[in-house]
Design a protein around this ligand. Structure first.
Ligand SMILES: Cc1cc2nc3c(=O)[nH]c(=O)nc-3n(C[C@H](O)[C@H](O)[C@H](O)COP(=O)(O)O)c2cc1C
Ligand code: SF4
Length: 419
């Protein structure tokens, strides 16, 4: 790799409804490759239709998707970056409920805590099929000439639903003690490793601290750094090449992406959800009720000053426990902070999402002497809460000279068009 900066996963709904890739996705990824990041971690990429979380994200559950990823890799490689595909399964946690399957497979039959989307407790046979789907997805990624894969074990998706002491209430070999709760993820890493061989990069993203009660205080806290340290040691033994440290046992979560809860964007986000999930309509009303919404915002928000490097303490703990490289996500946009984190042994590399949306030329700014960009990412999270209905981009109007300038920058992702 050219440097120790990864573009972290940032999903826009740029692709075909059924999971085929598009020119727009290529434009998006090439933007960061040209900007000089060492590697790009793709957005959320489904290995199984039942695990999809939203239409419009390219998947890797079928052989006919391989040519798209091959072309994407070719284009990213032209600019000298590496490309890592994030393999994922949503379980019961989705962005839009019941797309093709009403209930998501999970460790539990209980609904997801944020939106109340229904869940079905997966049988051991269904879990064996999930493991095979990840191994198949990894084999396709290798076939496509990608540089590696990331297994999405973080942020409330399927693997978190198993790992988490707050969610997993099973009594079989997939529930109870941590060893059992980690079984699905470890089986997946082993199966992937067996399929792709020793010379293909396999990393795992994990929520080291879950803090399940950070927003809704009646929920359980979930796994701690001590639990996750043990899991990471097992992941290394199972064949993982690197660990990617994240936080929070839902997505989104006050710890990830940490920062603002932009109320207007949040309630607009509910437009397409309102008929699904047992708590969606209630949430929508709460977010529209003055005072109540301010209390919710207060529970969620993290001051900008606390966001950059917030996961470094967890990252350091993991780094001390394993001998493979540790990547850390969360707010990085200041060169001196990144340098200190890597040189000080908190992590081996940083991964960056929102600050690169805001300033795709972040690395160039650093190279030309800016410690922090002149128009930094404010961590307002408007990019995140616009993504169900609008193209992904930076929606903090304060960062632009005008609304027109902002829209021009956002719509640049459609250029060049496919024809
Ligand atoms: C719009 C948006 C989409 C995201 N999509 C994903 C995703 O598909 N997979 C994932 O693991 N994380 C996703 N994340 C989380 C980021 O990869 C990153 O870990 C998080 O935002 C913290 O880093 P940052 O402060 O640099 O943004 C997303 C974040 C944003 C803002
Ligand atoms: S909308 Fe822009 S400023 Fe706000 S968090 Fe996203 S990238 Fe950063």
């Amino acid at each position: 790799m050219a440097n120790r900066v990864f573009r972290s996963s940032v999903s826009g709904r740029f692709d075909g409804y059924e999971g085929s890739g598009t020119q727009t996705r290529i434009n998006w990824e090439v933007r960061f490759a040209r900007a000089g990041v060492g590697a790009i971690i793709s957005s959320w990429c489904g290995v199984d239709r039942r695990g999809y979380i939203v239409p419009g994200y390219a998947g890797i559950d079928r052989d006919n998707q391989v040519p798209f990823w091959r072309e994407l890799a070719r284009r990213v490689h032209e600019s000298g970056s590496k490309y890592i595909l994030q393999l994922a399964h949503g379980g019961r946690q989705r962005d839009i409920g019941g797309i093709e399957f009403r209930a998501g497979l999970s460790s539990t039959g209980k609904r997801d805590p944020l939106n109340g989307f229904p869940a079905e407790q997966a049988s051991p046979e269904q879990l064996a099929a999930v493991v095979r789907a990840f191994a198949d997805g990894a084999a396709r990624a290798r076939d496509a000439g990608l540089d590696g894969i990331e297994i999405h074990g973080a942020n409330g998706y399927l693997f978190t639903q198993f790992l988490s002491s707050a969610t997993n209430e099973r009594r079989d070999e997939y529930g109870g003690p941590l060893e059992n709760r980690a079984r699905l993820l470890l089986d997946t890493v082993r199966a992937v490793r067996q399929r792709v061989g020793e010379d293909f990069h396999v990393q795992v993203k994990i929520s080291v601290t879950e803090r399940g009660n950070a927003f809704l205080p009646w929920l359980r806290r979930g796994n701690t750094v001590e639990d996750s340290t043990r899991v990471c040691r097992w992941l290394e033994e199972a064949g993982a090449d690197a660990i990617h440290v994240s936080a929070g046992n839902t997505f989104p979560h006050p710890l990830n992406p940490a920062g603002g809860l932009p109320l207007k964007e949040v309630w607009k986000n509910y437009d397409g959800l309102i008929s699904s999930g047992s708590t969606v309509f209630r949430n929508y009303l709460l977010y529209r009720t003055p005072l109540v919404n301010r209390i919710m915002q207060w529970r969620w928000e993290r001051p900008a000053g606390e966001v950059e490097g917030a996961n470094l303490v967890d990252s350091r703990a993991i780094k001390q426990a394993v001998s493979i490289p540790v990547l850390c996500t969360g707010g990085f946009q200041t060169a001196s902070v990144v340098r200190a984190a890597i040189e000080g042994g908190d992590c081996d590399a940083v991964t960056i999402a929102r600050p690169l949306i805001a300033n795709p030329d972040l690395l160039e700014l650093w190279r030309t002497g800016h410690d922090r960009p002149p128009r930094p990412c404010s961590y307002c999270n408007k990019c995140l809460f616009n993504l169900l209905e609008s193209p992904l981009g930076c929606y903090d109007e304060r960062r632009y000279g005008s609304r027109e300038e902002m829209l021009e920058e956002i719509y640049a992702v459609f250029d060049p068009p496919p024809f």
